[in-house]
Design a binder for this molecule. Structure first.
Ligand code: ADP
Ligand code: MG
Length: 384
């Protein structure tokens, strides 16, 4: 069984070894999986992620000399900088921390120095958003030592700014928002326009299973930018500020006036937004069957209309659906590789994992990674 608590102990022990005392604070910020609502965030729409049991941990104590010193246990590397003089360096883990601090300072927040160790168990680059976990752990740590209030939505925007403007990766707000504001046993409906959130309970007796295909996105930036442009073109055609403002009836009434590609891109976003809201209604009613059907429909929409799936993701989702106790499955994340996600009857999870692993390997000659995760809380101080 997977024991997330042990990594927290590891962080505390590593801190003590380095600094000769117990840490002043331990911070935890989770990775995430999106249950439904893909490529809707930059269309001002709805997403429904949950925070997972894998996270980035920081064991820290304050510093009064305006310096920051963090030792990465995963990279076995010390990073340091001065708060008054934050400069871009090469790429690397420290840039996420510098960028988050820079974004906090730019927003006018008072930020004090700190030192400590960081360690994580969110797999890197697998689509579970280890980068947002690192940004939100950073934001939580610095607000704590600086005696600043923790406002999840505000801090999510800070993390997004760090990722977009400092690290240079063009992403929406979802990853930081769920890492900042996740709630145990719940998924989080996020309105990506207002940043309002609502915690929605997972259907009783079900478990979320994440299935990493072991395929990775290639030239994803150009495909991502192309999708964004196509969505903007469709919004302009309908004279709305974002596709969020387009309901299915209005879309259907004029869809045939669009060229085929733009029509299919817009169709995905319009129907996906509707599916997120229907999925929330299904969850509130405890209706795992309806939720699973919406996951399946979401996958078909991404495969056929938005065209962001790949063969491995299609195979994984199809194999998952064939298993007893599986309510539904879909690719999750940006696309072109990474993970699929399934909703599975809790009593069937062990058999599900065994069967999907061997069936996927037989079909693709690839070894998948499977993560069974409860929904967890967002960024928090877990020990002081
Ligand atoms: P992901 O899909 O996991 O978010 P990214 O490429 O966006 O993938 O972010 C991964 C990067 O985040 C890593 O290369 C590293 O720089 C940083 N990172 C994530 N987790 C850790 C960690 N535990 N320790 C140090 N850096 C981390
Ligand atoms: Mg990332």
């Amino acid at each position: 069984m997977y024991l997330p608590a042990s990594i927290q102990v590891h962080a505390a022990d590593a801190f003590e070894e380095r600094y000769g005392e117990r840490p002043f604070l331990i911070i935890r910020a989770p990775g995430r999986v999106n249950l439904i609502g893909e490529h809707t965030d930059y269309n001002d729409g709805f997403v429904l992620p949950m925070a997972i049991d894998r996270a980035v941990y920081m064991a820290i104590r304050p510093r009064t000399d305006g310096c920051v010193e963090l030792y990465s246990l995963d990279y076995q590397e010390l990073g340091r900088f001065e708060l008054a003089n934050i400069k871009h360096h090469d790429s690397g883990w420290l840039e996420y921390i510098k960028g988050t601090v820079w974004a906090m300072q730019t927003a006018g927040m008072r930020v004090c120095g700190l030192e400590g160790v960081l360690v994580g168990d969110v797999p890197l680059g697998a689509g579970l958003s280890s980068s947002a976990a690192l940004e939100m752990a950073t934001a939580r740590a610095f607000t704590a030592v600086s005696n600043q209030p923790w406002n999840p939505a505000e801090m999510a925007k800070i993390g997004q700014k760090a990722e977009n403007k400092w690290v240079g990766v063009n992403t929406g707000i979802m990853d930081q928002m769920i890492s900042a504001a996740g709630k145990v046993d719940h998924a989080l409906l996020i309105d990506c326009r207002s940043l309002e959130t609502e915690a929605v309970p997972l259907p009783p007796g079900t478990t979320v299973v994440i299935m990493d295909t072991s395929t990775r996105r290639g030239l994803v930036d150009s495909a991502y930018n192309e999708r964004r442009e196509q969505c903007e073109a469709a919004a302009a055609f309908f004279n709305v500020s974002a596709l969020r403002d387009l309901d299915e009836a209005t879309f259907n009434a004029h869809a045939q006036e669009l060229d085929d590609l733009t029509r299919r891109r817009a169709k995905h976003v319009v129907t996906e937004n509707a599916r997120v809201l229907k999925a929330c209604a299904a969850m509130r009613a405890g209706d795992a069957v309806a939720f699973g059907q919406l996951m399946n429909a979401s996958h078909a929409s991404m495969q056929n209309d938005f065209e962001i799936s790949n063969a491995a993701l299609n195979t994984m989702a199809a194999l998952a659906r064939q298993q007893p106790g599986c309510y539904g499955a879909r690719m999750t994340g940006g696309g072109f590789g990474g993970c699929a996600v399934a909703l599975v009857d809790t009593d069937s999870v062990d058999d599900f994992v065994t069967a999907v692993t061997s069936a996927y390997t037989a079909a693709t000659q690839l070894t998948p990674q499977i993560y069974v995760s409860p929904a967890q809380d967002g960024a928090a101080i877990v020990a002081e």
